[in-house]
Design a protein around this ligand. Structure first.
Ligand code: TRP
Length: 328
């Protein structure tokens, strides 16, 4: 049996080349070797206020981006979290075995709650819902960025606590992340990971940016005081531009060095911009095709929910039995 992979993306902000190179591109590559579920986690998004019409549109936009990035709905499941009620149902059961102290320690909770006037309880429960997403499908592998490593560790703790209280129920997911991709940093601030929610106009290259927008953002990227590429002394901005090029081009280190050493920054940026624009061309074409067909994305999402519902139901059934809840 193929190992099950589960990952989730919030339908907020704009997916960017960091998401593509760090996640989507790999998901598309590995999907034939695993049984993959890629989930649009709208219930996570609403832990902070989302404008309803924007959220609704974002859900299908993210799904279309997944498909355009090469996720094949014949092999992988693309689904929306709120379409399968068992996510929220299992989250409640897991909440009851999770000490509040574990949740208050989460660094993402601390950062997000500091920015809110009133802290919704959902913000605290966020990692429990994430644990439910993963444990509901008994996923063995959860490819996420290192910013989610603490939540994944918590998922393991919750699974183990449940198993020790009620008997072996959940697969404890792997924490090692064998499916990691490139780590892309912000163009304006190369010390920070490229983010889809933070940063100004020049921070990230969104996957739906036009070629001209892409060129403009890359030409304005932060570099350093050197005039040209020097692999020994380059700063993080130049290293990031080279990493972006290399991840798209799939060149070896030697080839990168031979090609870029001594190149002036203006020329470096032009080449990086053209590499990004041309690499994303097939993506943009597929995205246009996918979104031009009325009902196509909705159909994929409906089929996704239909496919996972029995798996989710059997986990909930098992959890209810283990806990002594009422089953009929
Ligand atoms: N919290 C994740 C993020 O913000 C999204 C997510 C929700 C997730 N549920 C998940 C990721 C389950 C992996 C598995 O990136």
């Amino acid at each position: 049996m193929k190992a099950r992979v589960f990952s989730g993306v919030q339908p907020s902000g704009n997916l960017h080349i960091g998401n593509y190179l760090g996640a989507l591109k790999n998901w598309a590559k590995i999907q034939y070797g695993y049984e993959s579920i890629f989930c649009i986690v709208d219930l996570h998004a609403v832990t902070v206020y989302q404008e309803p019409a924007t959220l609704r549109a974002k859900i299908e936009e993210i799904a279309a981006i997944f498909l355009a990035a090469g996720i094949d709905p014949k092999h992988s499941t693309v689904m929306v979290q709120s379409a399968v009620a068992a996510h929220a149902e299992l989250a409640w059961m897991l909440t009851c075995v999770t000490p509040v102290g574990w949740l208050e320690r989460m660094t993402q909770y601390k950062a997000k709650s500091a920015a809110q006037e009133t802290i919704g309880d959902g913000l605290l429960q966020y990692p429990v819902l994430m644990a439910a997403d993963i444990l509901l499908y008994q996923a063995a592998i959860v490819p996420v960025g290192d910013d989610q490593a603490q939540h994944l560790e918590l998922t393991r703790d919750i699974a183990q606590r449940f198993n020790s209280l009620y008997g072996e129920t959940f697969v404890v997911p792997q924490t090692s992340l064998p499916l990691v991709g490139a780590r892309v940093m912000g163009l304006d601030d190369p010390e920070k990971k490229m983010s889809k929610s933070a940063g100004g106009a020049g921070h990230a290259v969104a996957l739906l940016d036009t070629p001209d927008q892409i060129r403009k953002k890359i030409m304005r990227a932060t570099t350093d005081s050197n005039p040209a590429v020097d692999f020994e002394t380059m700063g993080p901005g130049v290293a990031n531009l080279l990493a972006i090029f290399q991840a798209f081009a799939e060149w070896t280190d030697d080839r990168m060095k031979a090609h870029f050493a001594g190149l002036r920054y203006g020329d470096l940026k032009k080449q990086v911009a053209e590499m990004v624009v041309s690499s994303l061309e097939p993506f943009r074409r597929r995205y246009r095709e996918i979104t031009a067909e009325p009902g196509y994305v909705a159909g994929v999402l409906e089929e996704g929910a239909r496919r996972v519902t029995p798996v989710a139901a059997s986990t909930v059934q098992l959890v209810k039995e283990r806990m002594g809840l009422y089953t009929c």
